[in-house]
Design a protein around this ligand. Structure first.
Ligand SMILES: Cc1cc2nc3c(=O)[nH]c(=O)nc-3n(C[C@H](O)[C@H](O)[C@H](O)COP(=O)(O)O)c2cc1C
Length: 656
């Protein structure tokens, strides 16, 4: 069999697991207000069990009566939750996987006053003060209560039929336990602080309580950050010692993650552009020093890579978090050799953006995420129609896939010579290569499903009328926003981020550049120009200045990506002016207003507009008179994120 390492069984404690794949803890927000799972939540996990996962870890299950992670998370703090967990366990066991709830206490990440607690009252420097609150230092009596809470929660999980628990001790200020271990966050002078032995006392006592209440043989996986990456935080060397203590405490396995909060936050869920298998080196080093099975997590995207990590001795099991959001069935597809059908996570972090905004998760490549019930599945159309889709960006491609699966005859007409639309431009940024995975997946699916594709073809109303389609889906995308209200917008020295990334219009010597707009694209173009990637092609380093009207960069992204952009721009020496409104573009610079005062940037040879985009739809009005059914979707309707675009595509494919 292909992937013979990945599909070997393994023992975690006394538990036999069918293969080496693990669905990592990924908070979903598929819970009711009271912290029990909705049917949708149960279906979500059941689909991943049926899809071949060895172990499913359910993220951030809180053990405290009041504290909730992101103010919404599954709960295990009362016996009343046992029947609901039992339903979950049955659903997961039916699919052949094992269930490990990840027990945690959110500590400083539940910002509500009185509930927000930590080892010490050290504020967490963060981009999201609404998420991390001002923590109260726990008393010893409160610590002892929480230790008991961990034990009781584990007992409930065992009674509910779970196969073990994961103890969350990674990622610094993301949870109470890791905060206790952190030298940055734990400044206690009692027995729970001081040396690493003192800082480990709280987690070790929690583990003891779990064993006492749930049984010695109830396996515990501990999630640790190999390296925390904040200045002055824990390094790999200290992690070896921590793992040794955990092994002696009788845990069953170690999961090696990386990063922490605040500074290493972008490493926790590796943002686009970070290396694949980012924590595998740390896992490999840990594995050399323990007899316990070691799990590696972080940017492991393909079955090939997972198989290699096991074969090469870096890990015993491989954890895919976003990988399982993107494709619930990837292990079965891999085992069956259906590699082209695997929806590989393209790293857009759309799932995290939704979660950060208090919504339930979704996925750009897997628009069925959250729709795992049979009654929400794609159903055949009553009448097969001739459907023409104009535009082969993510929205058009997903519309084509769903419409074709429903039995329609589907043709995509695309003006350019390629599938992928704006993804082809977005992927040019050094950090965004993984977006090509989505385009590649769709290209394969179009071929397999028999969607007809006409490239280099302009779909005029006359062209469309001649073809007589039953329905047209207009997915013609967007155009960059040109701020005509700014004097000088049409000067020779002005171009757009899209034109630079697509190499359409790179003007002037491009040595001293001003970027107007510090959103995602503005940050990316600044990194593209100021970063090392462009230096070989220029005489020297490009000087870049970003002017942004908001008081922060990369608005609308998840906080890990926001922090990463801020770090990169700092590293590349990009000048940033926030809360600054551009008033005029001049031949050699621009004028912007900040705090009621005008400022002038001079010596600029190129001004790049990165001010967002606006819908591009020149067809729909004309088509309504000649085609019975017209849908306008994606950016053509309203400029939006890639995730929103594919969801709009899926919806149109179901409607048509
Ligand atoms: C939507 C989302 C939710 C997550 N929720 C949790 C969680 O509840 N607990 C946790 O320890 N990590 C959580 N993580 C981090 C993942 O478990 C994982 O460590 C990280 O995403 C890297 O793995 P990946 O590259 O396979 O996604 C979450 C990540 C994402 C994207």
């Amino acid at each position: 069999m292909q992937f013979k390492n990945l599909f070997q069984p393994i023992r975690i404690g006394n538990l036999e697991v069918r293969n080496r794949t693990v669905m990592g803890p990924t908070a979903t927000h598929f819970e009711n207000e009271d912290g029990s799972f909705t049917q949708r939540g149960i279906d979500h996990y059941a689909a991943r069990a049926k899809g071949g996962a060895g172990i499913i870890i359910i993220g951030c299950v809180t053990v405290d009566t009041r504290a909730r992670y992101f103010c919404s998370s599954p709960c295990a703090w009362d016996d009343k939750y046992i029947p609901n967990w039992n339903q979950m366990a049955d659903a997961i066991h039916e699919g052949g996987a094992k269930l490990f709830p990840q027990l945690m206490h959110p500590g400083p990440i539940d910002p509500r006053p009185g509930i927000c607690v930590n080892a010490s009252r050290v504020p967490v420097p963060t981009l999201m003060p609404e998420v991390w609150g001002d923590p109260k230092e726990l008393t010893v009596a409160e610590i002892e209560q929480i230790i008991d809470d961990f034990g009781e929660a584990a007992r409930r999980m065992r009674e509910a039929g779970c196969d073990g628990v994961e103890f969350h001790m990674a990622h610094g200020a993301y949870a109470l336990t890791a905060s206790f271990v952190s030298p940055i966050l734990n400044k206690r002078t009692d027995e729970y602080g001081g040396t690493i032995e003192g800082r480990m006392k709280f987690p070790l006592e929690c583990i003891k309580a779990i064993k006492a209440k749930a049984g010695e043989d109830f396996p515990i996986i501990v999630r640790v950050s190999g390296e925390e990456l904040d200045p002055y935080s824990r390094t790999l060397r200290e992690t070896f010692y921590v793992v040794d203590m955990l092994e002696k405490a009788g845990v069953a396995a170690i999961e090696v993650s990386g990063g922490s909060c605040p500074a290493g936050g972008w490493r926790v869920t590796p943002v686009n552009g970070l290396p694949m298998a980012i924590n595998a080196d740390a896992a490999e080093e840990v594995k050399k020093r323990t007899k316990l099975p070691v799990l590696a997590v972080g940017n492991i995207r393909t079955p090939e890579m997972g198989d290699y990590l096991i074969e090469s001795g870096a890990a015993d099991m491989v954890v895919y978090s976003r990988g399982f959001i993107a494709d619930p069935e990837w292990p079965n597809k891999a085992a069956g050799g259906r590699l082209d059908d695997i929806m590989v996570c393209c790293g857009c972090v759309g799932c995290n953006v939704l979660l950060n905004n208090g919504k339930h998760i979704g996925c750009t490549i897997n628009t069925d995420c959250g729709k795992e019930r049979a009654d929400t599945a794609i159903i055949p159309a009553e009448n097969s129609k001739n459907v023409m889709i104009i535009g082969a960006g993510p929205a058009g491609l997903e519309a084509a896939r769903v419409a074709r699966l429903r039995g329609h005859d589907v043709t995509i007409v695309e003006k350019s010579g390629k599938l992928g639309g704006q993804f082809n431009i977005a992927a040019v940024s050094p950090s965004k290569q993984s977006l090509t995975m989505l385009v590649k997946y769709f290209a394969n699916q179009m071929k397999k499903l028999g969607v007809k594709i006409e490239l280099n073809t302009e779909a005029t109303p006359e062209f469309i009328a001649q073809r007589k389609p039953d329905a047209v889906i207009v997915a013609t995308g967007a155009q960059p926003l040109i701020p005509k209200s700014i004097p000088g917008y049409d000067k020779e020295n002005v171009t757009t981020a899209w034109d630079v990334l697509s190499s359409e219009k790179i003007i002037g010597p491009c040595e001293n550049v001003a970027v107007i707009g510090g959103g995602a694209i503005g940050c990316e173009i600044a990194e593209y120009l100021a970063g090392r990637f462009t230096r070989p092609f220029t005489k020297g380093r490009i000087t870049v200045t970003v002017v942004e009207m908001l008081d922060h960069l990369a608005h609308g992204l998840d906080f890990g990506t926001m922090a990463h952009h801020a770090d990169l721009l700092g590293e590349y020496g990009v000048n940033v002016h926030l809360s600054s409104i551009v008033k005029e573009i001049k031949d050699d610079g621009l004028v912007f207003e900040k705090n009621g005062k005008d400022h002038i940037l001079t010596g600029i040879d190129t001004v790049i507009l990165a001010m967002g985009s606006k819908p591009y739809d020149t067809l729909s009005e004309k088509l309504r008179e000649i085609v019975p059914e017209v849908h306008v979707i994606g950016d053509a309707k309203q400029a939006q994120t890639a995730l929103e675009a594919t969801y709009a595509g899926a919806e149109a494919g179901r409607l048509v």
